[in-house]
Design a protein around this ligand. Structure first.
Ligand code: ES4
Ligand code: ZN
Length: 326
């Protein structure tokens, strides 16, 4: 079997995916029309052509604009369902999805509208596609602590549908310390925790996310290589990193895929996983991300499969079910 076929057929588990980042330009136009929202572009191709990013912030500015077309529960359902169909095509058997309630509540959309649309699609995905899933609610770190506390309060009636809380958006200038109290309260309510750290920000953000936010895994975390003692510790304790190769090259965290450190980390026994982050903006879903890494690094089939084994290990799937998958 050639490597392309091997990658396509490999069962995959996704652990770092922003549902708002799956909004393809075609759906953006469809929803803009349905909801009577003006877009500053004339065609989906023109939208795609505008996706040239120089860093994380240049992407986030466009990404939050795009999300303005999402208004009704059905819009969130349609967005999530389209992503699940992509999962099916890529042999993704389990996915853990981030959503950013504040992107929507800040513009007057009810928390329940967002959550119910996404959750209904996930239930249909389990029943009709056999794809298992969990939801992770992220706080936008560029907003203040009070706003995060308000969001946590809105989530409490939906505790049964949300497995963990996370932290995303602009890492520079918004360190994990800012959300220590919110995270400790979330933990008290029984949520697991994750956080974006060491994507653009310094390695200290990885240390502080582990210590102050008690995170189960690190989203991105690629800057860990700046501290070799930390890499040793991550490997020894099997603290997972949810790495997003195409995202990292699109946002210039690495100049080129052949400079990406995911393979080095894999060989140093860190529990690294491959994920798509915001696939509609970064040029590809799970298979594309695996393919991009394999095209610029010599990998054995065992190493490729190890990314999936790592993702199963790193997932929030319950232990009994995990055993059955490996
Ligand atoms: C994100 Cl790539 C990335 N980093 C931080 N926050 C995000 N939200 C959506 N994509
Ligand atoms: Zn992300």
């Amino acid at each position: 079997m050639n490597q392309t076929t091997f990658i396509q057929q490999l069962p995959k588990v996704e652990l770092h995916l922003h549902i708002e980042g799956t909004l393809e330009p075609e759906m953006m136009f469809e929803l803009a029309q349905r909801n009577q929202i003006a877009l500053p572009f004339n065609t989906p191709e023109a939208v795609r052509a505008a996706y040239q990013f120089s860093n994380l912030q240049s992407f986030l500015d466009i990404y939050y604009q795009g999300a303005r077309v999402l208004i009704h529960e059905q819009d969130f359902y349609d967005l999530t369902w389209a992503y699940l169909l992509r999962c099916q095509a890529d042999n993704v058997i389990h996915t853990e999805i981030f959503f950013d309630p504040q992107t929507h509540t800040e513009r007057g959309i009810a928390f329940d509208t967002v959550l119910n649309g996404i959750d209904r699609a996930l239930r249909d995905g389990r029943e009709q596609l056999g794809i298992s899933s969990h939801l992770i609610m992220c706080f936008l770190r560029h907003l203040d602590e009070d706003s995060a506390f308000d969001t946590l309060r809105m989530a409490l009636p939906h505790k049964d549908k949300i497995v963990a809380v996370g932290l995303d958006s602009s890492e520079l200038g918004h360190p994990p310390e800012k959300f220590e109290r919110v995270f400790q309260e979330a933990i008290g309510h029984g949520f697991l925790t994750v956080a974006h750290a060491g994507e653009e920000g310094p390695v200290e953000n990885i240390h502080n996310s582990l210590e102050l936010l008690s995170i189960s895994r690190i989203d991105h975390g690629v800057r860990c290589v700046d501290d070799s003692a930390l890499v040793e510790k991550l490997a020894q304790r099997r603290v997972p990193l949810t790495v997003c190769p195409l995202s990292n090259t699109k946002l210039k965290v690495f100049d080129h895929m052949d400079r990406h450190n995911i393979v080095e980390l894999l060989r140093r026994n860190v529990c690294v996983t491959i994920n798509s982050d915001d696939p509609a903006y970064f040029g590809g879903y799970m298979t594309d991300n695996f393919q991009a890494v394999a095209n610029s690094h010599a990998l054995t089939p065992q190493e490729l499969a190890q990314f999936t084994l790592n993702a199963i290990e790193a997932s929030f799937i319950d232990d009994a079910h995990k055993q059955r998958l490996t």
